[in-house]
Design a protein around this ligand. Structure first.
Ligand code: SF4
Length: 332
């Protein structure tokens, strides 16, 4: 399951100049009067076997990135390559293979499960449709997958409402795992769960990644969660990527002023440990009319005159060669 001939450092998924603009329509003729620039010229790689955490505040475009990679929405522009193949072309040619290899775990485990289907049918429906296992072996296969995610196979005839929130997310994970995926977008998979359950589900996802050589894009607004599970961290602000780095480098030496503010807001494990929280002024600007120059310039405590008119590029600035990249004039 999930076998990958690519090395860990290969460009397993490549996102190149991805844009997604939602049209704003008004009037009886539904004329397009503007666009919500949800994702604006984003490029990054995901390496085979890694977990890349994608963070940012609500509305920053991270879910749109995840859905555009999986082609659940058609991006306005840009390219996504899965093991060197353009996903847009792959979708037209062989949608089945695409769907099987690339899967998504949703935030709301209850909303994403059909309440009228038993767990056995929920997990077994897609493998049956795609012929993942012979029909005669499907029941045994579903039982195996249930055990892998920590569910008792005896509960296969139950319905989603008979399970707890954490168990329902395990059903959602089992449904994805049953498709033998290689790459999984985890879209806020624990944010609807109690804190006490979150680490159990995170540990399960980490174990499954190791066992089945999976690659994750882990989308979250919660930096503590991202720190727990990710190998690298990417930060989005208002549809643009402002920093991407190995986890250790990111949390020890965050470079972008926005990342520094996000990290300063992580609650301290001990109430006695003083925190120098960086408070950002103002609201996040509208993605319909984002600021000129640096996207963060209207809220940045370190903004300089040029930041209002010039846009910094994402580039490696540390000189360490560890791939820590930032889009900020402070490091030029
Ligand atoms: Fe702040 Fe300027 Fe850096 Fe943007 S480029 S983050 S406004 S200092």
């Amino acid at each position: 399951m999930g076998s990958d001939s690519l090395g860990k450092n290969s460009k397993y998924i490549e996102i190149v100049n991805l844009r997604h603009f939602y049209p704003i329509k008004r009037g009886i003729f539904r004329r397009v009067v503007g666009h919500v620039k949800a994702v604006n010229d984003v490029s990054f790689d995901i390496r085979g076997g890694e977990t890349l955490g994608l963070v940012g505040e609500s509305g920053c475009g991270k879910t749109t990135v995840g859905r555009a990679i999986l082609r659940l929405i058609k991006p306005t522009a840009g390219e996504v390559r899965f093991k060197g193949v353009d996903v847009g072309v792959l979708q037209e040619r062989d949608n089945t293979a695409l769907r099987r290899g690339m899967q998504i775990i949703f935030q709301d485990p209850y909303g994403s499960l059909n309440p009228r289907m038993t767990v056995e049918d929920i997990i077994g429906e897609a493998p049956r449709y795609h012929g993942i296992v012979p029909r005669g072996e499907l029941a045994g296969y579903v039982g195996e997958i249930m055990e892998k995610v920590g569910l008792r196979p005896e509960s296969r005839t139950k319905y989603p409402h008979e399970f707890s929130g954490g168990q329902r997310q395990r059903i959602g994970i089992a449904r994805v795992l049953a498709m033998k995926p290689e790459f999984v977008v985890c879209d806020e998979p624990v944010s609807a769960l109690d804190v006490s359950i979150q680490s159990q589900v995170l540990n399960l996802l980490a174990d499954l990644r190791s066992e089945f050589s999976l690659t994750y894009l882990f989308i979250s607004h919660d930096l503590s969660v991202v720190r727990h599970i990710s190998d690298r961290v990417a930060v989005l602000y208002l549809g643009r990527m402002v920093e991407i780095a190995p986890k250790e480098s990111f949390f020890e030496r965050p470079m972008h002023p926005y990342s520094q503010a996000l990290i300063s807001a992580i609650p301290s494990p001990s109430p006695d440990t003083p925190k120098n929280r960086i408070m950002l002024e103002g609201d996040v600007p509208s993605p319909i009319n984002p600021p000129d120059g640096c996207i963060f310039s209207t809220r940045c405590p370190k903004a300089m005159p040029r930041c209002a008119s010039e846009s910094p590029h994402l580039a490696e600035r540390t000189g360490s060669g560890d791939g820590h990249m930032v889009a900020c004039f402070l490091y030029e």
